[in-house]
Structure formats: structure tokens, C-alpha cells
Design a protein around this ligand. Structure first.
Ligand code: SAM
Length: 285
């Protein structure tokens, strides 16, 4: 198995792990087995893998799923991967930046015979948030099993009034049910990253909040969460020109204190606020 030969493969191809691309390869087969168990793949599942690297996880995925679409930005890794995974005929290697890839079209093209699409990845940590925001745009994908930096995992599942809670938490929890599956030690990777890791599950849910324009709601959230140290009232003034006196009255109606911060409000409260501002014509869809 590839997982047992990481250092030898790197040596053989005269490669080293590139920090620039967040390359920390999984070298622990227990972790790989856990990922596969949590992913609940079947021979009907199409898997999207972000950053296959040398192919340690890819190999496990190919054995468990119908098809694996593996997006790898690093041409050096792609050349190695083509050899390490040569024996599997259900892996499609795509040498692209995941953030630039035409995921919807690729799923259509390669996975139209799959019953479900699941993302399984040991993510490149330096672009975790942009990847999560991008994945949530893709309607065909309903489940992700992801290795993330532990801190980010905790941010994703955090509750209001904690220091971890912010835009990422709200947007993930608005769109999905997220849970931490396990903590993963830095020793399970080569080279060992400086941070600890966590495995998370994201189940995309169709919410019934009834917002017509979710892109605008996201923009609203980006505005009110942009300056963490400012009060909500200040951010509403900066981004929407809302007069302080009006905001004060509105917050009073909601039962919030004048100096409330966005980080203190639940997803539901933020939606209520957004809908109230729409209905009172303070902001527009
Ligand atoms: N899956 C392998 C494993 O678990 O051993 C490697 C995981 S490593 C943490 C992250 C991988 O993502 C690397 O192979 C890296 O080259 C790749 N990567 C980094 N940025 C990427 C991007 N924008 N698009 C696609 N792949 C990327």
C-alpha cells in the first residue's frame, strides 16, 4: 500500500513535501481506515478527493468507491500518482487547482452513473475556508469527510459567544450539520505539521429558513463579521449606512443589548435580523 511507502516514494522520485502546497502526507493506516469507515462509501459512490498527493488515501477510496475524481495542483505529484495508482481503473486524476476547477461539469462528465457524490480529503490546510465556501456552492455534493486543522474543525462546530465562533461557523451551520469525528495527532503525517488535526463530517441540509437570495445573505454576513472588534451596530453603519438610533431601537425589539456583536448571535438570530432589515427596506436583495 502507498501509505506504508511515503518516504521511499518521495526518495525514488527525488521529491520532498512542498510547504507551499500544504503537503503533509498521511502515513497512518488506522487513520485511513477510519476515514473510509466514516465515509460509508459504496460501489455506487463517486468521490471527489482534493489533493491526492502520493495517493495514500486515493488508493483506499478507489477500493471502496465506484469512481474517484482526484484534483491535484502539483504537477510533480500528478506524475507520481499516475504511477502509484496505475492499477486502479476508477481514478480520474485532474491536474488543477480545486478552486479553479469546473466541479459541476466534471461531476456531470465523470460521475453521472454514481448514486451519490461525497468529498473525502486530507485538505491542504492553507486554503480550507475557500474550499469549504466553494464546496457549499455545488448542489450535487451532500456530504464531506475532511481532515482539517483542529482549530478550524472547532471553529466550524462552535457556538455563539465563544472565541471560535465567526463567519465560517455561521455559514457552515446555515448550510449543513457539522460534527467532529476525531482528533488526529500530528504524528500521523509526514512531515508532521506544526498543528494538530481533526476529522470532521459535514452533511449538507436543505434548510427551511426561506431566504430568497442566499448569496446576498452571505455578503451580509461577510459585512457584519468583517471587523470582529467592532459592535454589530458599527458594522451595520459602515456597511449599510444604518443610523445608530434605528439600530438601537431594532436591537431593543429583538431584546439585544446596544453593544451586541455579531459573534454573540445564533444562526437563527442572524437570519431574523437579515429578514427584518429586508422587510423594513434597510437593505435590498
Ligand atoms: N491526500 C494526500 C495524503 O493524505 O497523504 C496529500 C494531502 S496534503 C495535506 C494536501 C494535498 O493537496 C497536496 O498533495 C497538495 O499538493 C494538494 N493541493 C494543495 N493546494 C491545492 C489546490 N489548490 N488544488 C488541488 N490540490 C491542492
Amino acid at each position: 500500500m502507498i501509505v506504508q511507502n511515503t518516504k521511499q516514494i518521495l526518495q525514488k522520485y527525488k521529491q520532498f513535501a512542498k510547504k507551499l502546497y500544504g503537503q503533509n502526507f498521511l502515513i497512518d493506516s488506522n487513520v485511513l481506515n477510519n476515514i473510509i469507515t466514516y465515509s460509508k462509501l459504496s460501489k455506487q459512490t463517486g468521490v471527489i478527493e482534493i489533493g491526492p498527493g502520493l495517493g495514500a488515501l486515493t488508493e483506499y477510496l478507489a477500493l471502496a468507491a465506484k469512481k474517484v475524481l482526484a484534483y491535484e495542483i502539483d504537477q510533480d505529484m500528478v506524475s507520481i500518482l499516475q504511477e502509484t495508482t496505475r492499477q486502479y481503473d476508477n481514478i480520474v486524476i485532474i491536474n488543477e487547482d480545486i478552486l479553479q476547477a469546473e466541479l459541476e461539469q466534471d461531476i456531470e462528465k465523470y460521475c453521472n452513473d454514481c448514486a451519490e457524490i461525497v468529498v473525502v480529503s486530507n485538505l491542504p490546510y492553507y486554503i480550507t475556508s475557500p474550499i469549504l465556501f466553494r464546496l457549499l456552492e455545488i448542489a450535487q455534493i451532500k456530504k464531506y469527510i475532511l481532515m482539517v486543522q483542529k482549530e478550524v474543525g472547532y471553529r466550524i462546530v462552535s457556538k455563539p459567544k465563544t472565541k471560535e465562533y465567526g463567519l465560517l461557523s455561521v455559514w457552515m451551520q446555515y448550510n449543513s450539520q457539522c460534527r467532529l469525528l476525531s482528533n488526529v495527532s500530528a504524528n500521523c503525517f509526514y512531515p508532521a505539521p506544526k498543528v494538530e488535526s481533526a476529522l470532521i463530517e459535514v452533511l449538507v441540509t436543505k434548510n427551511d429558513y426561506g431566504l430568497k437570495n442566499e448569496v446576498n445573505f452571505l455578503k451580509f454576513l461577510q459585512g457584519i463579521f468583517s471587523q470582529r472588534r467592532k459592535t454589530l451596530s458599527n458594522n451595520l453603519f459602515t456597511y449599510y449606512g444604518l443610523q445608530k438610533e434605528k439600530t438601537k431601537q431594532m436591537f431593543n425589539q429583538f431584546g439585544w443589548k446596544e453593544l451586541v456583536r455579531a459573534e454573540e448571535l445564533s444562526v437563527k438570530e442572524l437570519i431574523d435580523l437579515y429578514q427584518f432589515l429586508l422587510e423594513s427596506d434597510e437593505i435590498h436583495d
